[in-house]
Design a binder for this molecule. Structure first.
Ligand code: ZN
Length: 127
């Protein structure tokens, strides 16, 4: 098996070092009540997935960026669909944000770990 590229590892929520092991324990919709449960260590290479205590507090900023991007996207789409009343904008934004909470939570942590976790890709571990 060849090594995953960086963007595929990000999209699939894989460990930044081996790009094989899952960062989260369960697929997002299989156990919805446990969408936030992470593996303590990578199941493939064994590296700790929380580099230091409180590491993921910084992922809030990534999640905030995702939230703003989604609200802007919803606003643009609704505007192009006929510019409804402001309550439709607010209701649609809230509904879509609630539906995307598991993805926002996960991808903010995944992106944060890949960008700021200080973990380098090791091709030898990617087999
Ligand atoms: Zn790994």
């Amino acid at each position: 098996m060849h090594a995953r590229d960086y963007s595929t590892a990000l999209l699939k929520g894989k460990c930044p070092r081996c790009r094989q092991g899952d960062i989260f324990k369960y697929p997002v919709w299989s156990k919805l009540s446990q969408f936030n449960v992470m593996n303590e260590k990578c199941p493939h290479c064994g590296i700790r997935l929380e580099p230091e205590p409180g590491f993921y507090q910084g992922a809030m900023y990534v999640g905030y960026g995702f939230t703003v991007a989604i609200i802007i996207l919803v606003g643009v789409v609704l505007y192009l669909l006929g510019d409804p009343s402001e309550w439709v904008y607010i209701g649609a934004s809230i509904a879509i944000m609630l539906l995307l909470v598991p993805y926002n939570y996960r991808y903010s942590r995944i992106v944060y770990l890949h960008l700021f976790g200080g973990i380098k890709f090791d091709r030898n571990l990617s087999q």
